[in-house]
Design a binder for this molecule. Structure first.
Ligand code: XUL
Length: 522
């Protein structure tokens, strides 16, 4: 019996799945919603509302309690003594601050008391900033200035200094509460914190999640001395080692063996970030496939054949937990922009989809910069889209053309902004809510001139964690696991249907208008 457990501690919930790697089946799944099941932490959506100055924090005890409820649920669904490998993932960038009691406390957890009760005295900061926190603009500028500019931060760490990244968050803590910073003996990411708890020791940070800190050098995959210095004094002593995603953190601690019926000596692979884990769970951890996730914002990520950073400073480079590196780029104006155009004309989703039948690829030259809110890829501060075409179109009098222009604009932009990755994928895996829409999928196939497939994987983060654990501890290889667990729905594949020239022309025009608007805004 070869069961592998993957845990996903995300923003709103903690979930897990157990796979049977021999039979190729998912044996059990469970999830704990923070807001609904742990209301005492005042976090209906997983974070404490109404933070000041862009602060968004969560209580780390909530993540511990959720882990316990989750394992309790799982133990009711399946015999946990059959689990032979474990790993997990956490929401990226969030950080947990611990005092010098941490090392002793995490190593001597008693199974008759809860994790949160025993670890509460070890927090040197009661709450944890998470990825939604945008309070660190000043710290980002200071870090960039200290090392010689954003270009240097980006070339070193794979991303410019960004508000939600952990380094700027640490710097803000150091500036605002120097004595609490001084008392901090260890700073973990959500991922490495939970992994530490599982092994009853101090776990390393993996290169996937570590690269979301603005502290890891992506050429050496080690802490970067200059970035550490620019962030806060004495930081190297306060952070764990950084290791590649195939490292074993240790064996599962007695706490979990005694309390939930796991077997002794089960290896735990170091945890990673949710996006790197999803890359694995989507079956895209080898170069050649890329993933486009269509959500509130759209995300584009791919395994990279080489380490390369975005010269425009919009994208990110993370370690690929299977091997090498991965890229990730976020587009703020995703579903919200599609919805805004739909709503403007009082359309429902069927009418939205019908608009593509009524208009031609390339939209007769009518185009839209589809930015309803400030965009990060590219960095542009618009709160209304820009339309170019006929007078009627520019005055929002052509509903169907506006719908097409919005979607074409989104993916012309995505293709151009991700060109720095130098990828020539054989397939794009589409996921997220809007991925089911055939009209949108067709536009993506046509603009990227690449086959598009939809995957049926619903919890790719947990699955990716279980697959990584199975590779590292059960002698499986990733290709075998992908063939079983990450099968695209081949009936839903879309292939390019238009002459590539149509979108080459549209792309040039899009870039020309974009440059004009950026120029006018500066
Ligand atoms: C990625 C990011 C989010 C978090 C939460 O940079 O901030 O995707 O990982 O999911």
């Amino acid at each position: 019996m070869s069961y592998s457990l993957g845990i996903d501690s995300s923003t709103q919930s903690c979930s897990a799945l157990i796979i049977d790697v021999e039979r190729g089946t998912v044996v059990a799944e469970a999830a704990v919603n923070f807001g609904a099941q742990l209301p005492q932490y005042n976090a209906p959506s997983g974070f404490i509302p109404d933070g000041e100055n862009g602060e968004v924090h969560s209580d780390p005890r909530m993540w511990l309690d959720a882990l316990e409820i989750l394992l309790e649920q799982l133990s009711g669904k399946c015999d946990l003594s059959k689990v032979r490998a474990i790993s997990g993932a956490g929401q990226q960038h969030g950080s947990v601050y611990l005092n010098d009691q941490w090392f002793e406390a995490v190593g001597s957890l008693e199974s008759n008391r809860s994790l949160s009760e025993q670890l509460t005295p070890t927090f040197s900061r009661a709450t944890s900033p998470i990825w939604m926190d945008s309070s660190t603009g000043e710290e980002c500028r200071e870090i960039a200035a200290a090392v010689g500019g954003d270009d240097i931060v980006c070339a070193k760490s794979g991303s410019i200094a960004i508000e939600r990244f952990t380094g700027p968050q640490i710097r803000r803590f150091y500036k605002n509460d120097p004595s609490a910073y001084e008392e901090t003996a260890r700073i973990h990411l959500v991922s490495s914190f939970l992994c530490s708890v599982l092994i009853g020791g101090d776990a390393a940070i993996d290169t996937g999640d570590g690269a979301g800190m603005n502290l890891v050098n992506i050429n050496a995959w080690e802490w970067d001395a200059e970035l550490l210095d620019a962030t806060a004094p004495g930081l190297l002593e306060k952070i764990p080692a950084v290791k590649s995603g195939d490292a074993i953190a240790g064996n599962l601690g007695d706490y979990f063996v005694n309390k939930y019926g796991f077997s002794a000596d089960i290896p735990v692979t170091i945890f990673t970030g949710d996006n790197p884990s999803s890359l694995v769970g989507m079956g895209a951890s080898q170069p050649g496939k890329l993933v486009v996730s269509l959500g509130t914002s759209d995300t584009f990520f791919a395994a990279m054949p080489h380490v390369v950073a975005d010269p425009a400073g919009c994208g990110h480079v993370f370690g690929n937990p299977v091997q090498g590196s991965m890229s990730l780029q976020c587009f703020v104006n995703g579903s919200l922009a599609r919805e805004a155009v739909k709503d403007r004309f009082g359309y429902d989703w069927d009418q939205f989809t019908e608009a593509f039948v009524n208009t031609a690829s390339g939209n007769d030259g009518k185009l839209m910069l589809p930015f309803y809110s400030p965009e990060t890829s590219p960095r542009i501060d618009l709160t209304d889209p820009v339309l170019k075409g006929s007078d009627a179109f520019e005055n929002w009098q052509e509903a169907d053309a506006a719908v097409r222009a919005c979607v074409e604009g989104q993916f012309l932009n995505m293709k151009q902004r991700t060109a720095w990755m130098g990828l020539h994928p054989e397939v794009i895996y589409l996921t997220g809510g809007a991925s089911k829409n055939n009209a949108i999928a067709q536009v993506i196939a046509d603009i990227f001139q690449t086959r598009v497939e939809r995957l049926a994987v619903s919890s790719s983060v947990g699955l990716g964690a279980a697959m990584r654990a199975a590779c590292n501890s059960l002698g499986k290889n990733i290709a075998e696991l992908e063939a079983v667990f990450c099968q695209p729905d081949s009936k839903s594949a879309m292939t390019p249907q238009v002459d590539p020239e149509v979108y080459e022309i549209a792309s040039k025009e899009f870039e020309r208008v974009l440059a004009e608007i950026i120029g006018a805004n500066n």
